[in-house]
Design a binder for this molecule. Sequence first.
Ligand SMILES: [Zn+2]
Ligand SMILES: [Zn+2]
Length: 135
Amino acid sequence: MIKLEIKLAEEVEVEKYGEEDYDDMLNDAGDVTVGGCTFNPSDILRNCDHTAYSCGFNDFQEYETFFRCPICGEDHEDEDDATFCCQSRDIYECEFCGEIFDDEDDCIEHELDCCENPDRELDDKTMDKCRDENF
Ligand SMILES: [Zn+2]
Ligand SMILES: [Zn+2]
């Protein structure tokens, strides 16, 4: 019996905001009217001082941490949820045929009369079972 290592969830950082969110925040200050023309504060900043706009956006940005399931790639807030999204807590593999079990006892029991086990007891019942499986 082989106890398999489970794959760990991958920690990923995701940007919480897009530029639209930053623009919305800037535009909360209200439109600016110059010479009869009305402008959005976000347009003014982006067009007049793009560096300041970028710096401001970076300061405004926040990151959220997620954990990604190593099997299906789905994001979870909780590391445990992600690790065990698609995996059982314990995985055992039959060392003869490679069949997977999530229960240690089931695996041991299976190995005793696994068709690939060279030491198995070759009583008639087992022989019949393995013949059925192989044909
Ligand atoms: Zn998953
Ligand atoms: Zn087996």
